[in-house]
Design a protein around this ligand. Structure first.
Ligand code: LMR
Length: 411
């Protein structure tokens, strides 16, 4: 036996990531009429995920104009962070009580934030409404924090059960963390109303909870400003908060991994402590974030003409998603909530067996929970998708999500 086999022999075998495995399965399927509603990338009416025109133009400008690739530091591109802060907050400058740090994607932001919380509050529990993006809980657990899941959806599976959310959170203790999707919830497409955001911020203040907002789909719901309203309300109402931002979807720079972490704290001293610790965490994780994608986004946002091109492209993406939602919602009464949801995703009322059956029989690819990426649908394939899934639709039984209510997951 080799030395390396000994070195790793004690490791637990790992299941491959289900979503990434689905991408490979879809690629390997030889059927010409297969339909990919799996991984969350935007697709055009003809099924492509193109590089946005504004991104191409910014890349051309960078190629000719960039005069150095020297290191920037663990905080990355600070102008980029400032411009993203403007998109989030609607304010020109990062305030005295907030700092931003460029990260590799929203995942990098979540991970630095999780590590920061683990240093600041090692006993904190992170409360996450289920269902959620499957990577959320692992990110917090890998940082050493305990994760507790709570109820989120109503019995129909199409709407938030806000009373259940609030009642589950009565078990949260001061210092615990509340993970919130800023808009376009993944996987359900649901969103908190303005009133619900206010109630959540009251709850955070009353119970001493720290909100951690994951804002990964700004602009793909109702508009750039509209999709930031919840985060704005929360940030204005609480002293301490974290926000993980992703540009991967709204600038379609997925594989460039473009994101930022923002941390807000009530006093200058605590903010400085948070900044210093976040920088040492980032330094030990990736030393400095990759520059290219953030430089592209900065170039677009700093140039009024490019910015307009990008805003128009993003509006086109948003409008197409809305049109697909309307079309699908009209197909069956059990799908009507799809029209009230936003962003790339909705959760269809399908059993795990039905998801496997539609994959086998019709070449329709979605994760086992029945999440679909609306952008994978178009005029050409909707006529095959709808009859493929309709016979399998069921009145959703949310017990699979709610059984996890308040259940402590092993760390
Ligand atoms: C998704 O949920 O499909 C995307 O956010 C891709 C990913 O990394 O899981």
């Amino acid at each position: 036996m080799t030395l390396s086999a000994h070195a790793f022999a004690g490791l637990e075998p790992q299941k491959p990531d289900a979503l990434l495995a689905l991408i490979a399965q879809y690629r390997a399927d030889p059927r010409a009429d297969k339909i990919d509603v799996g991984v969350g990338v935007y697709r055009t009416e003809t099924g492509e995920t193109p590089v946005m025109r504004a991104v191409k133009d910014a890349e051309a400008a960078l190629l000719s104009g960039q005069d150095s690739k020297s290191y920037l530091g663990a905080e990355g591109d600070q102008r980029f962070a400032q411009l993203i802060w403007q998109l989030i907050s609607g304010k020109e400058q990062l305030g005295a009580h907030c700092f931003g740090l460029q990260t590799p994607g929203g995942t990098g932001a979540l991970r630095v934030g999780a590590e920061l919380l683990a240093r600041a509050r090692p006993d904190a529990r992170v409360w996450i409404g289920e269902p959620t993006w499957p990577n959320h809980a692992p990110i917090f657990r890998e940082a050493g924090l305990q994760v507790r899941t709570h109820a989120y959806l109503d019995a129909s599976g199409g709407h938030i059960d806000f009373d259940a959310v609030i009642s589950a959170l009565t078990e949260a203790a001061s210092g615990d963390v509340l993970l919130l999707h800023g808009c376009c919830h993944n996987p359900t497409g649901t969103q908190f109303s303005g009133e619900q955001w206010m109630a959540l911020s009251d709850l955070c203040n009353r119970r001493g909870l720290v909100p951690f907002i994951d804002l990964a789909y700004q602009g793909l719901g109702d508009g750039m400003d509209e999709d930031a309203q919840g985060a704005r309300r929360m940030l204005a109402a609480v002293p301490d908060a974290l926000l993980a931002y992703s540009c991967d979807k709204n600038f379609a720079v997925y594989r460039d991994r473009v994101g930022a972490l923002f941390v807000q704290s009530g006093t200058e001293q605590s903010l400085e402590l948070a900044r210093g610790n976040a920088l040492t965490i980032a330094r030990s994780l990736w030393s400095m974030p990759p520059d290219h994608g953030a430089a592209v986004v900065r170039t677009i946002l700093d140039d009024p003409a490019l910015r307009t091109v990008w805003e128009n492209e993003l509006a086109g993406m948003r409008d197409r998603l809305q049109a697909v939602r309307q079309g699908l919602a009209a197909a069956h009464p059990l799908l009507t909530s799809v029209a009230t949801q936003r962003g790339l995703f909705s959760l269809l009322p399908l059993s795990v067996e039905a998801v496997a059956a539609v994959r086998r029989t019709h070449g329709i690819y979605m994760p086992a929970d029945g999440r679909i990426n609306l952008a994978g649908l178009n005029q050409a394939n909707l006529g095959r998708f709808v009859p493929g899934v309709l016979p399998h639709l069921l009145a959703r039984d949310t017990s699979i999500f709610q059984s996890a209510k308040s259940q402590e997951l092993s760390a």
